[in-house]
Design a protein around this ligand. Structure first.
Ligand SMILES: [Zn+2]
Length: 237
């Protein structure tokens, strides 16, 4: 899931208010406005906004870049905010320069005994469209507007966390993935010292290779030059 990039005080209040609606320890869930099958059929025949002057897509499987990069693709399971599998396959791809940069992040983290655990990377535009159409108006602040698309659609954004290379266990972080509370903010001051330190390690490692953390999600990073790639709509995430 991807928040819309709203920076007004009102949007922050909406975000925090929505986060306070209920306990967020289990996956954040919406009640889709219409049947998922109907939304999927519509989204698959819809067309993304036309863009010109963009680079040709060259999406690379992240596990082929470095075998220590592991996947936990929540949108290929029902364990996501829609409550149903959105992808047919549990794969993660990024545009080649972003994928190679992530390989360098993994290389650096391995020296500290850490691995990258990826939740999502390239996401076809029609899935963003489904998120939008499924989400009630009051919760649309949480999803990207398909008229602009998501940086995930461009194959230039990745959602991820850290895991221990020795045990395979994910490192504790201040919030869960897609947990839409103030705990998701990369500058959230709560949580334990260890959780905040893990979040900082991930951010430092990603920033060293050209990734920027999203202001409302510690797990979401955009790769520099994301705007040079077009919105992708090829299925088979
Ligand atoms: Zn994301």
């Amino acid at each position: 899931m991807r928040l819309r990039r709203l920076r007004s005080p009102l949007s922050l209040l909406l975000l925090l208010g929505a986060g306070c609606l209920g306990a967020q320890t289990s996956p954040f869930r919406i009640t889709p406005r219409r049947p998922i099958a109907e939304l999927r059929a519509e989204a698959l025949v819809a067309m993304p906004p036309v863009e010109t002057g963009k680079a040709a897509p060259d999406l690379i499987d992240l596990t082929s870049v470095d075998a220590r990069i592991r996947l936990d693709i929540r949108y290929a399971t029902a364990d996501n905010f829609m409550g149903v599998a959105m992808y047919d396959r549990a794969t993660a791809r990024l545009q080649r320069p972003a994928a190679e940069a992530l390989g360098r992040v993994q290389q650096a983290l391995a020296a500290e005994g850490l691995g990258l655990l990826v939740f999502d990377a390239y996401r076809p535009w029609y899935v963003t469209k489904m998120f939008w159409e499924a989400t009630p108006d009051s919760q649309r602040v949480f999803v990207a507007d398909p008229s602009r698309g998501s940086r995930h659609n461009r194959g230039a954004a990745v959602d991820l966390t850290l895991y221990d290379l020795r045990t395979g266990a994910p490192l504790p972080m201040p919030s869960g993935y897609d947990e839409f509370t103030e705990r998701a903010y990369p500058d959230y001051a709560g949580g334990t010292e260890a959780e905040r330190a893990n979040r900082a390690r991930l951010r430092r490692a990603m920033e060293a290779e050209g990734f920027t953390v999203y202001e409302a999600e510690w797990w979401h990073f955009d790769f520099r030059g994301w705007e040079s790639w077009a919105l992708g709509n090829t299925p088979g995430a």
